[in-house]
Design a protein around this ligand. Structure first.
Ligand code: NAD
Length: 396
């Protein structure tokens, strides 16, 4: 069939298998072009199908020849209906990993559940024995608690007062003022329950209790800080409360891993267009200005460049880990540079519907958004008939 993008706000209902495969190939080629990384060899990635998790899986496999198990939650294809991008990405990843002689298996299901944790642990036990790196890269709006069955929903709200600022509809380029009401009721604990550290700790506790973590194993979860401009809705908002909790959990997990010489880290990553971030108000406007400045300075990075640098210059560079005052790895260092932030803040003041395509990188944002779903990818013939039915090799 001919597959075209069908967008609804910040989601796209269709995905293109050839475009998704090309994205994966491009990321693989990037990692290979940067040379070998002396990293972990048996890697579990939780949230492995898109964004930073996919980039982590690719960096481990093609940078360090690692065996990888990926856990993700995506829609498979069915006749006449495309799968979700993460499904096609995973199929493409496995295809190319297997072609390169690498072990790669994937589990599609709810990572928050006991059932998927059990399935993953059985796979590790049977195939790998143990893992030496666990990447935790989930981004989800909901979580059903495995012990209580309670279904928590996360919200993106400021805390303590109404937040008003500019935002952009990246499809039309319309810059408008939005006001977001503050969190109320259980909004904060609910968001912490979904995006905080409890599930990360549950994974590590479960893996450790069954001796599935090797001596000196490392686990890394991803966080975000960002600028003053987005602080009220991000870092000091409900999602920020969840990130505070995630970051605090790293210390608890590190204590738990002392007995095996292991360590838990949080890496603070750069703002990027992913399915998760396009849902957050105000962030798309910030990103389109940020992209413009960082591209002009020659320091723009996508997920794969970020994670390749995280691996080669932080996690596996053989030196003592460079951490900030709060014990976090900072791979958002270029985004947070004073000169970058000063220029973004200046552009922000004047940003309007009339000038955004000129002063910001609206096209870059929009292209990246479509790329997430395999559209507008260079080298792909979108007029060609394509088979929407794609299989993930390890699922058969
Ligand atoms: P993403 O939406 O691209 O990826 C999320 C992944 O989680 C996907 O693989 C998805 O299948 C998986 N997933 C979601 N719910 C699941 C479930 N219940 N069970 C199993 N898998 C599930 O998101 P992303 O932007 O790459 O975010 C990953 C992490 O990086 C998040 O913690 C996010 O806060 C953080 N981060 C993102 C940015 C950014 O700008 N995008 C910046 C810094 C940090």
């Amino acid at each position: 069939m001919i597959i075209e993008p069908r967008t609804r706000g910040f989601i796209c209902l269709t995905a293109h298998p050839t475009g998704c495969e090309q994205n994966v190939i491009d990321q693989i080629e990037y990692v290979k072009s940067k040379g070998a990384i002396n990293g972990a060899k048996k890697v579990l990635v939780i949230g492995s199908s898109t964004g930073f998790g996919l980039a982590s899986r690719i960096s481990s496999a093609f940078g360090s020849d690692a065996a990888t198990i990926g856990v993700f939650f995506d829609k498979p294809s069915s006749p006449g209906r495309t799968g979700s991008a993460g499904y096609y990405n995973t199929a493409a990843f496995e295809k190319h990993a297997h072609k390169a002689g690498l072990y790669a298996k994937s589990i599609n299901g709810d990572a928050f559940s006991n059932e998927i944790k059990r399935k993953t642990m059985d796979m590790i036990k049977e195939d790998l024995g143990q893992v030496d790196l666990v990447i935790y890269s989930l981004a989800s709006p909901v979580r059903t608690h495995p012990e209580t069955g309670v279904r928590y929903k996360s919200v993106l709200k400021p805390i303590g007062g109404v937040f008003s600022n500019k935002t952009v509809d990246f499809h039309t380029g319309n810059v408008t003022e939005i006001s977001i009401n503050p969190a109320e009721g259980d909004d904060i604990p609910n968001t912490v329950a979904v995006m905080g550290g409890e599930d990360w700790k549950m994974w590590i506790d479960a893996l450790k209790s069954e001796n599935l973590l090797s001596e000196g194993a490392t686990t890394v979860a991803y966080s975000y800080i960002g600028p003053k401009l987005t602080e009220a809705v991000y870092r000091k908002g409900t999602i920020g409360a969840a990130k505070d909790d995630l970051e605090a959990t790293a210390f608890t997990i590190s204590d738990d891993l002392k007995s095996i010489g292991g360590k838990a880290y949080v890496s603070v990553n750069k703002a990027l267009v992913t399915q998760a971030s396009s849902a957050i108000p105000v962030i798309p406007l910030y990103i389109s200005l940020l992209y413009k400045i960082m591209k002009a300075k020659g320091i723009h990075e996508g997920c794969i460049e970020q994670i390749q640098r995280l691996y080669s210059e932080r996690l596996f560079n053989g030196e003592e880990m460079l951490l900030d005052d709060n014990g976090r790895i900072r791979i958002d260092d270029w985004e947070m540079r004073e000169d970058v932030q000063a220029e973004v803040a200046k552009l922000w003041e004047n940003a309007s519907t009339e000038n955004l395509s000129e002063i910001g990188d609206l096209k870059g944002y929009s292209d990246d958004f479509f790329n997430l779903f395999g559209f507008k990818v260079d080298g792909v013939d979108y007029d060609a008939d394509v088979n929407e039915m794609v299989e993930i090799q390890s699922e058969n």
